[in-house]
Structure formats: structure tokens, C-alpha cells
Design a protein. Structure first.
Length: 335
């Protein structure tokens, strides 16, 4: 009987995953909007506690979201366009740099020319880099749709809370599960947002002091990619280091490397865990697998949401005695 149940769970999982992937263009913006709404909803509650009328508090928060998204979108588009205008010059400098590396390695008995002519061909790298930059402007263009979703979610925030309370009255266990889920998710998203914002600010200040071009773009990239565990910070650092090496010099590039390294060690390894307390409650292996799984379903956007989605799934599985064993497999300890 239990084996049949496991087969049913696996089949259901495959069907749901296939459905999510097929509908990713609709589901992903909705999920992004939902998590942003969860992050900013406490701000509405705080404003209401200060005797500010509900509608005014709603309008203030919506204006802040619109201004933030508009500022980031405008900065990204302007900076990317400027960077694309100089891409040929950067590509030429990168070719000179790789040629010098080939010559240097050859003097010490290493032949890396064939290696650089394969997947690490400068032309291929810059073609991919240019494609990603152009794609980023397309993502920004979808931000208005996400903003509309956030607006309607916040507008119906009280209605949603009333519905949860209504259904929870009939099932006290469900109420406790929902309360735990929302509380943990809010805490994680709020702390992660503040940590990512602090990372972006420190990176921007450091790059400005070092005189690295396109500092606003790299700081926004550091802020956004910090939501992706483990690999996000590495990916954010690479283009800034590369541009610093090509436009400035190798010394500046080294300082940029140290800037990203120590910023992420300080915030990611000391400050953030201190406020998160016990941590995410999911194992390191599951974190990495979740990046692959949600990335497969939703692309790069899925990697941003990998941890909150996995946490949500774990809490939901933990609430059902029949699926609790799956939640234990996802956990970092057995309770």
C-alpha cells in the first residue's frame, strides 16, 4: 500500500513539475510578485500602526515599489546600453589579454591556446555576455507587469488574511501550519532583502572609490544575485572584475576581487546568519539541488526563488503526516 502511495506521489510530482514548466511564463512573474508582496507587507502594517489610514499606507508602499523598480530599471537600461556601445573595445582588449596569457604560459611550458580556442574563445564569451546584457533589458521591460501584480496583491492583503482566518477556524492544525509558514518565509525574505541591499550598497561604494566603470550596474547585479545562494555572489563578481582588468588594470581588478570576497564573507557568513538564527532548515545538498531544479523549471528566475520555494514546499510537506518523511529528507536534521 505504501509503495503504491509513493508511486502516486512521484507521478503527481512529475505532472505538477511539467505543468509548472509549461506555464512558467505566467507562473514565474506571479511568484516573484508574491514574494515581493510578502517582503513589503509588514511595511503597510507598520504604517497602519502609526495611525496612517490603510489606503494612504497602501499608496505610500506602492509608490516606493514603483520608484525602486523604476530607478533600478532605468539604471540597468542606461548602463547596459553604454556598455554595449563599448563592447567592441572591451573585446579587443580581452583578446590582447588572452594573447599575452598564452605567451606567458608558453614560456613556462604550458600550451593553453587550444583551450582558449574552444569553449573559452573570447569571441564566444563576449557573444554570450552581450546576449545576457540584451536579455537583461527585456527582463526589465516585464517589471511593469510584476508591479501590477504586486499592487493588486497588496490591495487584497486584508481579504486574503480574512480568508486564511476563516478556513483556519475549521482546522487549528492548518492555522498553526499557515502561521509558521508565513512567519518563517517573511523572516527569511526580509533578512535576505536587507543583506542583499547592504551588499549592493557596499559594492557600489567600493567600486566608486576604485574608479571602476559601470559601478551602478555591478552593484544592482550584486544585490539581485545575492538572492541566489552559493553561486550568485561569484557570478556577480566576475563581470566587474573583468571590466576592471580591461579598462583599469590588474591591480584594480584584484582590489575588486577582494571587495566582493570580504563583503560576501562579512555579510553572508557572519551578519546574515546571526539574524537568521537557526538557518534555513534545509541541508546544503538540498540547497544546491533546489537551484538546479527550480532553475530547470523557471530559468534564472527560478534560481532566485529556489530557497523560498523549497522552504515553502518543506513546510507544506511537513504539515501532512503522509508526506512528513519527504520533509525530513529535505531538512538539515532529523527532529
Amino acid at each position: 500500500m505504501k509503495n503504491n502511495l509513493i508511486v502516486v506521489y512521484i507521478a503527481s510530482f512529475v505532472i505538477v513539475a511539467a505543468g509548472l514548466k509549461a506555464a512558467s511564463t505566467i507562473v514565474l512573474p506571479f511568484l516573484i510578485a508574491a514574494f515581493i508582496a510578502i517582503i513589503v507587507s509588514p511595511l503597510i502594517d507598520k504604517l497602519e500602526s502609526l495611525k496612517i489610514p490603510k489606503i494612504i499606507a497602501f499608496l505610500i508602499v506602492v509608490f516606493l515599489i514603483f520608484s525602486s523598480l523604476g530607478f533600478m530599471g532605468n539604471t540597468v537600461i542606461k548602463t547596459v546600453n553604454g556598455l554595449l556601445g563599448n563592447i567592441s573595445e572591451l573585446q579587443t582588449k580581452f583578446k590582447i589579454f588572452t594573447d599575452s596569457m598564452v605567451k606567458f604560459a608558453y614560456e613556462y611550458g604550458f600550451d593553453i591556446k587550444s583551450f582558449l580556442s574552444g569553449d573559452f574563445d573570447p569571441n564566444k564569451i563576449f557573444a554570450t555576455f552581450s546576449g545576457l546584457l540584451r536579455e537583461s533589458t527585456q527582463i526589465v521591460s516585464k517589471a511593469f507587469f510584476i508591479f501590477l501584480l504586486i499592487t493588486f496583491m497588496l490591495f487584497e492583503k486584508s481579504v486574503f488574511e480574512q480568508k486564511v482566518t476563516y478556513f483556519a477556524k475549521k482546522n487549528m492544525q492548518a492555522q498553526a501550519t499557515v502561521d509558521t509558514f508565513i512567519s518563517n518565509l517573511k523572516r527569511y525574505l526580509e533578512i535576505k532583502f536587507l543583506a542583499s541591499f547592504a551588499t549592493g550598497v557596499v559594492v557600489f561604494a567600493g567600486l566608486e572609490l576604485l574608479g571602476v566603470m559601470y559601478a551602478p550596474l555591478w552593484s544592482i547585479l550584486a544585490f539581485i544575485l545575492n538572492f541566489i545562494p552559493t553561486i550568485g555572489s561569484i557570478v556577480a563578481a566576475l563581470p566587474a572584475i573583468l571590466v576592471a582588468m580591461l579598462i583599469n588594470d590588474s591591480t584594480t581588478a584584484f582590489w575588486v576581487f577582494l571587495l566582493f570576497l570580504f563583503t560576501n564573507i562579512a555579510i553572508g557568513n557572519f551578519i546574515e546568519p546571526k539574524f537568521l538564527g537557526k538557518g534555513l532548515g534545509i541541508s546544503t545538498l538540498v540547497v544546491l539541488l533546489s537551484l538546479l531544479f527550480w532553475g530547470f523549471l523557471f530559468g534564472i528566475g527560478g534560481m532566485f526563488l529556489a530557497i523560498p520555494l523549497t522552504m515553502s514546499l518543506k513546510i507544506a510537506l511537513d504539515s501532512n503526516p503522509n508526506t512528513k518523511f519527504i520533509a525530513i529528507l529535505l531538512s538539515d536534521k532529523v527532529e
